[in-house]
Design a protein around this ligand. Sequence first.
Ligand SMILES: Cc1ncc(COP(=O)(O)O)c(C=O)c1O
Length: 348
Amino acid sequence: MAKATGAPSRTGEPLVDNLVDTGRADLGALEDAAIGRAAVAALLPTLRPYVRTTPVVRIDRAELDLPPGPLVLKLEHLQHSGSFKVRGAFANLLTRPVPAAGIVAASGGNHGSAAAYAAARLGIPATIFVPEVSSPAKRARIESYGATLVVGGPDYDAARAAAAEFQAATGAMDVPAFDAAPTVLGAGSAALELQDQAPDVDTVLASVGGGGLLAGLCAGYSPEGGGPHVRVIGAEPEGAPTLATALAAGRPADAPVGSIAIDSLAPRRMGTHTFAVIARLGSGVTLVDDDAIASTQQLLWDRLRLVLEPGGCTGLAALVAGRYEPDPGETVAVVLSGANTTAVDFSR
Ligand SMILES: Cc1ncc(COP(=O)(O)O)c(C=O)c1O
C-alpha cells in the first residue's frame, strides 16, 4: 500500500510514495535516441512484480487457412486490465513521483483501464477521461477499479483536452497513453519476454494507434546491446492510418478517425516520440480494412477460442488478410493486445 511522505509536490501537497528505486534518472526525460533495448531491460526488474508474463501459443499458419509456416501468438490480452497498456501505466507510476492529487489519464478505454488498475494497486487516486466512443466494456472496467470516470467529449482529442484542463487545475500527474518514454519502455517489456519465449522469431506484427506498443516492441528488439535482428511491423485500420500518414508526411500528421477499432487505434495523430522511435527502428506498416479485422476476431474465436477486441487483433488481421505475406520458413509473432469487449454472451 502506498503511503504519504512529507515531501512537497508542485501544488504544495504531499507526494504519494509510490517510487521503486530503479537506480536510474527520470525516465520521462529520456531522449528518443536512448529509447532502446538497454533502457527496456533496465526497467524490466521494476515492472516484473506488477505485470503478468503473458503466455505464447505456437501454431501453424495453416490453422488459420494460410500457407503453412510457424506462428507465435503473444497473448497480451490476458494481461491485468485486459490489455498490454498496463505495462506502460506501471512504468509511469513506478518511476515518477505522484502527487497526492493522484493521476489523470485520457484514453479510448484500455489505457484508462490500465492506469486505473495500476493506480488501485498502488493506492493512488485516479481520474480517467474517456471519449463518447469508448465502449461500455471499457467504461465498466475503469469504474470497477475505483477510478473516477469522466466522459470528456466526442472523440479522443476532446477527452485529452479535458484531461489537460483537469491536470492544470488539480496538479494531478498525467499518465500519457503512448507518447512518453516510460509508456514506450513499459510496452517494450513485452518484447523482452517474447524473445525469451520464442527466440526464433523473425518478424513481429502489432497494431498501431498512437504508436506506443510498436515503438516499445521496436525498442525491445533493437539490435543495440545484443538484441536480435527482428523486423517489427505495424498494422492499422484503413480508417485510422496514423502511422501510414506520419510515414508519408515524414512527421506525425492528422489522419482520418474511423474504423471498428475507433476506441483503441484512432487518436487522430500518432506521437512525436513514438514516431521518432518507429522511424529509426521499425520495418514498416500495413493497412487492413474493417472486414478483415472483424473476420479475424471470428477466426480467433472459431479456431482458438480466443476473444479479442478489434484493435487487439489488427496485427493478426494483416496476416490473415494477406497484407503481410511471410516466407514459408519465416517465424512470425503477433502481439494480441487487448480483449475489452462486450462480445461475450455466456447466457446462451
Ligand atoms: C488493444 C490495443 N491494442 C493496440 C493499441 C495501440 O497502442 P498504441 O496506442 O500504443 O499504438 C491500443 C491502444 O489503445 C489498444 O487498446
